[in-house]
Design a protein around this ligand. Structure first.
Ligand code: TYM
Length: 328
C-alpha cells in the first residue's frame, strides 16, 4: 500500500489546469487501494494578501470541488492544512536545515517575486519548505502534481534525504507523479506559458466555474498560429494545447481528434471544443453548487479528515522531536 498525497491552494479560481493536472489524477489513484490524503493549503494561500471572508469561502469551494470531482471522504482524508498544526511545526524544523540558496533557485518564487523587490513576504520565499513539511509529515510515497510543482517535490526529496542522513531514517523520500497529458495546460492567451490563476487577464484560463458563453468567448480568443491545421506539434503550442484540452474533456486520443478535423480549420474546432468543455464542466459545476449549498455537511467532512490526519501527524512529530533532541 502506498500513501498518496496532494494539495491545492484555496485561491478563488480553480482552472482546468488544476483539475487535469492534480485533481483528476488524485481521484483516479483513490481506487487502487492506496491510502490517500488531500488537503486545502490555506497557510500557503496567505503568503500573498487574502481577504479573510473570501478566504473562508475559497476553502469551502476547494473542498467542494474535490468532492464534486469524485473524492470519497471514506477513502481519502480530506482536510484543511491549518487544522493540523504539525504542518507549521515541522516546517520550522525543516527551515533550519534548508539553505537560502536552495529557495532562491525555486522558479515559482522567482516568477512570483519578479518586479516586487524586497516587498515579497518571507512566507512566499519559505513556501516550498511548508510544502515539504506537508509531504514528509505523512510518510508520503507519491505526490501527484502538475509540472510546475515538480521542483518543489524534488526539494522535499532533498530535505528528506538530508534529515535522514543527519538524524537517522525518519522520512520516506517522496516521488512526484506527473501525468503525461494534462500536467502542463498552457495559458490560452500565451500558450508558451502555463495556465495560471494569478494571471492578469481572464483570457489566460478557463475557470472550472465558467459558463457556456464565457468558455466560448475565451476559446474563440485563444491564441493559435497561422497554419490553420488541427495538428498536435510541440512547436505549435497554441493548437497543441487546445487539442490536449479536447482530448482531456472528451476522452478521445490525439489521433482521433486530428483525424476528425482533417481538412477543417480552427473555427469549427474551437466551437466544438467550447461545447465539449462546457459539457464536461456543467455537471461538475452542479455538484460543486450542491456541496456549497450544504456547508454543515462539508464542515463535518473537513473536521473528520482533520482529526484523522492529526493522529498520523502528531505521531510523526513525536518521532521528529525525539530525533532532533528536543524531547526530554
Ligand atoms: P496550486 O494550488 O498552485 O495548484 C494545484 C495543482 O494544480 C497543478 N497545476 C497545473 N497542472 C497543469 N497545468 C497547469 N497549468 C497547472 N497549474 C497548476 C499544480 O501543479 C498543483 O498540482 N504548492 C502547491 C500546493 C501544495 C502541495 C503541497 C501540492 C502545497 N503543499 C503538498 C502537493 C503536495 C500549489 O500551489 O498548487
Amino acid at each position: 500500500m502506498s500513501r498518496i498525497l496532494t494539495a491545492l491552494q484555496p485561491s478563488g479560481i480553480l482552472h482546468i489546469g488544476n483539475y487535469f493536472g492534480a485533481i483528476e489524477p488524485m481521484v483516479g489513484l483513490q481506487t487502487t487501494g492506496n491510502e490517500n490524503l488531500l488537503f486545502v493549503v490555506d497557510y500557503h494561500a496567505i503568503t500573498v494578501t487574502q481577504d479573510p471572508a473570501r478566504l473562508r469561502q475559497n476553502i469551502l469551494f476547494a473542498a467542494a470541488t474535490y468532492l464534486a470531482a469524485g473524492i470519497d471522504p471514506k477513502q481519502t482524508l480530506l482536510f484543511q492544512q491549518s487544522r493540523v498544526s504539525e504542518h507549521t511545526e515541522l516546517a520550522w524544523i525543516l527551515n533550519c536545515m534548508v539553505r537560502m540558496g536552495e529557495l532562491e533557485r525555486m522558479t515559482q518564487f522567482k516568477d512570483k517575486a519578479k518586479g516586487k523587490g524586497e516587498s515579497v513576504s518571507v512566507g512566499l520565499f519559505d513556501y516550498p519548505v511548508l510544502m515539504a513539511a506537508d509531504i514528509l509529515l505523512y510518510d508520503t510515497d507519491v505526490v501527484p502534481v502538475g509540472h510546475d510543482q515538480k521542483q518543489h517535490v524534488e526539494l522535499a526529496r532533498d530535505i528528506a534525504e538530508r534529515f535522514n542522513k543527519q538524524f537517522g531514517k525518519t522520512f520516506i523520500v517522496p516521488k512526484p507523479e506527473i501525468r503525461k497529458q494534462g500536467a502542463r495546460i498552457a495559458a490560452l492567451d500565451e500558450p508558451e506559458k502555463k495556465m495560471s490563476k494569478s494571471a492578469a487577464s481572464e483570457k489566460n484560463y478557463i475557470s472550472i466555474m465558467d459558463d457556456e458563453k464565457t468558455v466560448l468567448k475565451k476559446i474563440k480568443a485563444a491564441v493559435t498560429d497561422s497554419q490553420g491545421t488541427v495538428r498536435f506539434n510541440e512547436s505549435r503550442p497554441g493548437i497543441t494545447n487546445l487539442i490536449t484540452i479536447m482530448s482531456l474533456v472528451t476522452g478521445k486520443t490525439v489521433k482521433e481528434i486530428e483525424n476528425s478535423y482533417a481538412g477543417r480549420g480552427y473555427g469549427d474546432f474551437k466551437i466544438d471544443l467550447a461545447a465539449q468543455t462546457t459539457a464536461f464542466l456543467s455537471p461538475l459545476q452542479e455538484k460543486i453548487r450542491g456541496y456549497l449549498d450544504h456547508p454543515d455537511a462539508l464542515l463535518k467532512i473537513l473536521d473528520d479528515g482533520a482529526s484523522r490526519a492529526k493522529t498520523i501527524a502528531s505521531k510523526k512529530m513525536e518521532e521528529v522531536r525525539e530525533k532532533i533532541g528536543v524531547k526530554l
